[in-house]
Design a protein around this ligand. Structure first.
Ligand code: TXA
Ligand code: MG
Length: 355
């Protein structure tokens, strides 16, 4: 793998210097290069979505499995014309309400969208990010930008510029460092190609919010709910990349063990007092044998804060070189709680202890 001379641009305000740097970054994208940029959810690693070689370079840089398709980012609705044959009425309603924003819609694709972008699927996932730097970059570039999260595949997603630098220095042509991402977990992925709008990846936008706009039910893919219940004990974790689910994944991303911290991670689930007591017990036991133990416990009701902090806390714990992370489960009856739990389960390799 070729090591690149990565340029790092620090952009917080859209001043003249920033505009100049964005013009340079946009040119790099047009010429087939890789640019990491901030969005409101997590940082993305972008390439021209219509250039198969450029998109292939993303997979190489991240070490990402090639059957896991990318999200194509746009800055204007008119760009949909080069991606999909027609805008379905439901997509139009949702775009009007939630774009720019943390909603990705899976739609039937035009043949010109390369297979490498969509992992060979006949559909394409599209979103308009709610971040002025991302929007200006895409606008300047003049092409749709395919961008997965800007992390090495299998590592926690990057929500801070310094995390992108840690993972992608020497791999991207340009890294745009900006403020921390507002949302902190990736967009809600909604499949609109079937009879019922189906969430393939839960996010900060909930099925209730989407359903209200559509005037009909939006369901969560059963594979996501199934992930919470098909776990076993703490020593029966799954191997990275192994599909452990009973219900076949609709989105290739559902089947990979993502976000893994370097440490072993176990989730404790039950009443808060019981969870805290068990965490203390395991912590004392493990510390006595010389292990360094880290905790991941969120406020019980502030799910948006949990979403905002989750990936950054995983990376912090990695930096502290802990051997074991003990995490408190979030309430999955709350839609954002479910979205964070979905990441937490993957991060732990589905290791859950009911207390
Ligand atoms: O918030 C986000 O969505 C971030 C920022 C950078 O925009 N991007 C992101 O991309 O999370 P990535 O590549 O890490 O996740 C893309 C997800 C995967 O779960 C993938 O399987 C799914 O979207 N996906 C992409 N195209 C799809 C398609 N055609 N059908 C079903 N799922 C698709
Ligand atoms: Mg990702």
């Amino acid at each position: 793998m070729i090591t690149k001379q990565t340029k790092v641009f620090e952009i917080t305000d859209m001043d003249n210097k920033a505009k100049e740097e964005l013009r340079e970054a946009a040119k790099v994208l047009r010429d087939g290069g890789l640019v990491a940029f901030p969005t409101e959810t997590v940082y993305g690693l972008g390439a021209n979505a219509l250039n198969p070689d450029a998109v292939r370079a993303i997979f190489l840089a991240k070490g990402r499995p090639s059957d896991n398709p990318l999200i194509v980012h746009i800055a204007e609705l008119s760009t949909l014309e080069v991606l999909i044959p027609a805008i379905p009425a439901e997509a139009k309603m949702l775009a009007e309400k939630f774009w720019p924003g943390p909603l990705t819609m899976v739609l039937e694709k035009l043949p010109q969208v390369p297979d490498v972008t969509t992992g060979g699927l006949p559909t394409v996932a599209i979103r308009m990010p709610d971040n002025p730097i991302a929007l200006e970059l895409i606008r300047q570039c003049g092409c749709p930008v395919a961008a997965p999260s800007a992390n090495i595949s299998g590592r926690p997603s990057s929500t801070k510029g310094e995390h992108v630098v840690q993972d992608l220095m020497g791999k991207a042509d340009i890294i745009i460092k900006s403020c921390d991402c507002k949302v902190g977990i990736e967009s809600t992925v909604l499949d609109l190609t079937g009879p019922v709008p189906t969430i393939l990846r839960p996010g900060i936008l909930t099925p209730e919010q989407l359903g209200q706009t559509l005037g009909k039910d939006v369901v969560i893919h059963p594979g996501i709910l199934d992930q919470s219940t098909t776990h076993a004990g703490p020593n029966s974790g799954t191997t990275a990349g192994t599909d452990t689910h009973l219900i076949p994944p609709k989105s290739p991303g559902m089947k990979y063990t993502h976000y893994a911290p370097k440490a072993e991670m176990v989730i404790l689930r039950g009443a808060r007092e019981d969870v805290e007591r068990e965490i203390e017990r395991i912590r004392t036991e493990r510390e006595q044998t010389g292990s360094k133990v880290g905790l991941l416990l969120f406020e019980e009701k502030d799910f948006e804060k949990a979403a905002h902090d989750f990936f950054a806390m995983l990376r912090d714990l990695d930096d502290q070189n802990v051997d074991l992370i003990l995490a408190g489960a979030l309430n999955e009856k709350d839609s954002i709680g479910l979205a964070v739990m979905n990441r937490m389960l993957k991060a732990s390799g589905y290791k859950v202890i009911d207390v």
